[in-house]
Write a protein that binds this ligand. Structure first.
Ligand code: ATP
Ligand code: MG
Length: 243
């Protein structure tokens, strides 16, 4: 049978797309200006995160790790340099496209959870899905319940964040990041508030997402053991990558 003319092109297109780095930071600077002092949080950072990679970031307190993640997650803008997502400079995205990338492509696990205290555990996990067009209420509930099951919190769906331990709040935050099945997970010390057993379980969960679903993960951690389970370890010091 004659091969169709479109197939080879379609395949080549797919391959070239898949080779495009997921996240690229080019000469990134971030300066925070307050009344009294100017802090250079990131200083000329050049970093490429490939599609499907699991990278950990380590470094002392204040060296810029959370700042790095918030820029990668498009939650803040750099003072200088270029951020590319999927090979496209972020500045070329319209506001609408940016909102879609932030909401659908990226799952964020914040260092300080960012849960809403007036909402139940289930509603907190469902919240980001509300902004997703074409997802019904029933689907949202199913996705949220599935994510809560993955983090072992099925029995706590009706609780409020104030009724949970620190580790359980951390797991709600993780479920919220997983619920939308993002391509990229940015996790700021996801095991920082957990005991070693729960920390291992969360780490296994992230490793499973990476292996089975090809999720690209960037994880900040203070734990060398966790870091060594990832494919690449990046060390920061004073706003710059040192290894
Ligand atoms: N919104 C802000 N305004 C002013 N300065 C800030 C702001 N956010 C962070 N900084 C400063 O930028 C530097 C980097 O902060 P960042 O939170 O990225 O560090 P970190 O590596 O995540 O530290 P930690 O391990 O303690 O979480 C710090 O000196 C911090 O004080
Ligand atoms: Mg931090």
């Amino acid at each position: 049978m004659e091969p169709t003319l479109t197939a080879p092109h379609a395949t080549a297109d797919l391959i070239s797309r898949n080779n495009t780095p997921m996240i690229r930071l080019i000469d990134i600077e971030k300066v925070y200006q307050t009344d009294t002092i100017e802090t250079v949080a990131l200083n000329r950072v050049n970093l490429t995160i490939n599609r499907g990679e699991f990278v950990s970031v380590m470094g002392p307190s204040g060296c810029g790790k959370s700042t790095l993640l918030s820029l990668m997650g498009l939650l803040d803008e750099p003072s200088g340099g270029t951020i590319e997502i999927d090979g496209r400079a972020v500045t070329s995205y319209s506001d609408k496209e940016l909102a879609r990338v932030r909401n659908q492509k990226i799952g964020f696990i914040f260092q300080s959870f960012h849960l809403i205290n007036d909402l139940s555990v289930l509603d907190n996990v469902e919240l980001p899905l509300l902004y997703r067009a074409g997802t019904s209420g029933k689907e949202r509930r199913q996705l949220a319940l599935a994510a809560l099951e993955k983090v072992g919190l099925s029995a706590r769906t009706k609780h409020f964040p104030s009724q949970l331990s620190g580790g359980q709040r951390q797991r709600v935050a993780i479920a919220r990041a997983l619920a939308g099945t993002p391509e990229i997970i940015l996790a700021d010390e996801p095991t920082g508030n957990l005991d070693s057993v729960m920390g291992e379980e969360i780490m296994d969960l992230l490793l499973g997402l990476h292996r089975h679903e090809g999720t690209t993960i960037v994880m900040v951690t203070h734990d060398e053991n966790m870091a060594h389970k990832t494919e690449r370890l990046i060390r920061f010091f004073d706003g710059s990558q040192v290894s």
